[in-house]
Design a protein around this ligand. Sequence first.
Ligand code: ZN
Length: 367
Amino acid sequence: MRLCTQTFGGNGARAKLGYTSARKMAGSKLKLLVLLWAAGGGCSAANAPVPPPASPSSTSNERPTDSDVAALEPQIDWEAYDSTSLRNPNDGALRAGVPLPLRAPGIRFNPARDPRARYGTVEVVRALVQAGARVDRELGGLPVTVNDLSYEQGGPLPRHRSHQNGRDVDVFFYQLGPDGKPIESVGAFFDPEGAGVDFRDLADPSDDVPLTIDIPRTWLFLQALIEDERALLQHIYVAEHLRALLLEYAEVQDVPAATRARFEDMTCQPAYPHDDHFHFRFFCTPDDIEEGCRDSAPMYPWHLKRLLEAGVEPRPLTRARPEARAKIVTHEEARSTAGPMDAEVERWLDRRAQWIEKPHPGRPYCP
Ligand SMILES: [Zn+2]
């Protein structure tokens, strides 16, 4: 189910149901997709044009063959890119933005999203591609699904407060289907046990698909981003109970203590719970700071040390200009257009109320 518009026109459901069924579900689902999402003004792009459905090759649960992967392998010369992130995440621009490949080993841009919103800094795009490739290499499975980054030149993106200068990105969790095998990720929200449901047609209980968050693959993707020193990952927005599941897993794995500690510092649940996707924020690079890139809080001691070593000082955010504000749909507006839903959807929505409030965990970087 997609109560965050991240899943607008959702991928897995359309793939499994076929287009006739997809059209049948489109009315109630697409309306509800905007529900709750808007509660925290988080991230989605429901107003964006919806491109054609995924190609048949991207709807299979089978892993691509070696020759498929070879054909998809992006021959990217990262050094050839010289992107610059300008100003603030919520009032910014992007110079020479780099497109995330639509599909590469271990990663894909959600085919149901506006491909114009897949640009980031070279550091961010490289980190995502390499993290997806690491999961693919070490654990196999299906590609991680990436939703919006920024427009090629940045600026306001519909329904996002940030995502304006190539340093914000939304990513679905890796997921397992009812048979325990990897399934193409959808924007389902997950409970404290890591269970969720792809409700598809919200008014039809017979098409519901039980899901489980795939903690090992999701963790490895995070670990790759955290340990990528060139990526400069700053913040991971994720629901508190999913943070706990991930941390519990990491503690019994052979994960470096420093990686776990950074994960603990970087993760927060903001007003919107982020129980159906991650929102990642990356720091300005030292070069970009010199060009006018501005970081939001928090500024960790270990990042200040990096800047010091680079001979750069962080600079405060600029005052966001009114014209830079993207239109955000309120929770009430979204809910009022959600349409009919069956009793099971209602029950999950009631349960979701248990974790939708922003927690106050008392951690130093999580106000
Ligand atoms: Zn976001």
